[in-house]
Write a protein that binds this ligand. Structure first.
Ligand SMILES: [Zn+2]
Length: 418
């Protein structure tokens, strides 16, 4: 196993990573482009590209997929204010929604004043799919990733809106799979191979499952011919704008009141504020299967931007990846199982490269020892990030949020009715 001399990634990275003769990983090398490319000229290229989609006849110029976190505000802000496009905003309901995520989504609709479509798949179908993806692939998040990546494409085909605008490309940002200059676009192939780890609707179900083709329809990528007839393409803003998710989120807090959320297993309060599962159960499974957690991705990103040293990043990662998840109970309740059965299922996915079993149900992480983390090691601040653990009432998944429970400023204005 090779470890990058600059960041914390190793040759074990599941998305694939390469190293140069100096031992620097492809992700770090591609990151250097952020400081060498002419971003003004890249933005001009983007404006040229989108000009063909600006329509005076249609109500919408493009589709923008959003959630209650992860760059959604910045993408929409760029599309509306920098590119001057008229977007149709779409969102897939992942059902693991936090109160903060629902508030962010409601606030987004109000502040950007946009038309919004949300996809709510029948929760019984979602549970059946999640049972299967969790037990078989060790992935409770398959339906979320599959839904988020397909609903915008289905909408594009159905409403004949050919342009979809995404934020950053994960393969480019993390492992340097592409250069910014490749202008990589959305593809069916990348979605299946990397986003869904090879499990798409065409090979998801077997004869032994209680799922049928109809259950999978909501997650099925449109036919080649349909995509071609509308001319659907998905572009990534990260190819044209110097992408810095931390700095962008801070700006969105100031401009629109975006809210972050604190979770036990990461220092990053902005990335996945909308989900009880992503930084929690899903993250523990990442550690079981791949030997590292989301906090490693986030720490690598911050090393590359020069905001954390590699030495401190290692301490930060060692601390957070050892923390307990807080919301396993919520997931067990939602899925209709209990923690013991769930843990049994999760243990099946522990990779013995990283985990050692001493007794039944007793596992040891081989990698590192737990350490105490001094708060001053973290140079990053997360304004407007809220404690996701609600100490005053029971935490629960919010299925659908109709509005926003925003603190209202007191007004001294008298209301006159006529
Ligand atoms: Zn690296």
């Amino acid at each position: 196993m090779v470890e990058c001399k600059r960041c914390l990634y190793t040759s074990d990275h599941p998305l694939g990573i390469t190293f140069n003769d100096d031992g620097i990983c492809s992700g770090c090398l591609i990151h250097e482009e952020k400081d060498s490319l002419d971003w003004d000229s890249r933005l001009t290229d983007l404006k040229k590209l989108i000009s063909q989609y600006r329509s005076s006849k249609s109500k919408y110029d493009c589709i923008v997929p959003v959630s209650g976190s992860r760059d959604s505000y910045f993408i929409l802000h760029t599309v509306i204010n920098t590119l001057k496009l008229k977007p149709l905003v779409v969102s897939y309901n992942k059902y693991f929604n936090t109160n903060i995520g629902i508030q962010n989504l409601a606030n987004l609709r109000i502040k950007f004043n946009v038309d919004f479509q949300i996809k709510n798949v029948n929760p019984n179908t979602v549970k059946k799919i999640t049972r299967k993806s969790l037990y078989q692939f060790g992935n409770p998040y398959w339906h979320c990733i599959a839904g988020e990546t397909v609903f915008p494409v289905q909408t594009a085909v159905m409403m004949k809106i050919p342009l979809i605008i995404w934020g950053a490309h994960q393969g480019l940002e993390q492992t340097g799979m592409f250069s910014h200059l490749h202008n990589v676009e959305m593809s069916r192939r990348y979605r299946k191979d990397h986003d869904l780890f090879g499990h798409d609707t065409d090979n998801f179900i077997t004869d032994f499952d209680d799922l049928d083709d109809e259950d999978m329809l909501n997650y099925k990528y449109p036919a080649f011919s349909d995509i071609e007839s509308v001319g659907v393409r998905g572009i990534y803003l990260g190819n044209f704008i110097r992408w810095d998710t931390y700095a962008q989120h801070k700006k969105m807090v100031e401009m629109y009141g975006y809210k972050g959320a604190k979770f036990s297993r990461t220092f990053d309060a902005y990335d996945n504020a909308d989900s009880f599962v992503y930084s929690d159960l899903h993250d523990i499974l990442k550690l079981y299967k791949h030997g590292y957690s989301k906090v490693t991705d986030q720490a690598c990103r911050e090393i590359r931007f020069g905001r954390i040293s590699k030495k401190n990043a290692m301490k930060i990662v060692n601390f957070y990846e050892r923390q307990m998840p807080n919301f396993i109970d919520l997931f067990s309740d939602w899925l209709g199982t209990n923690n013991h059965s769930l843990q049994f299922a999760l243990n099946r996915h522990r990779n013995e490269k990283y985990w050692e079993q001493s007794d039944p149900d007793i596992w040891h992480f081989k990698k590192s020892k737990n350490i105490v983390l001094k708060p001053q090691l973290r140079n990053l601040t997360y304004p407007n990030s809220n404690d996701i653990v609600n100490k005053h009432s029971k935490n629960k998944y919010i299925t659908i949020g109709k509005g926003v429970d925003w603190p209202k400023k007191k007004s001294n204005k008298k209301i006159t009715w006529i």
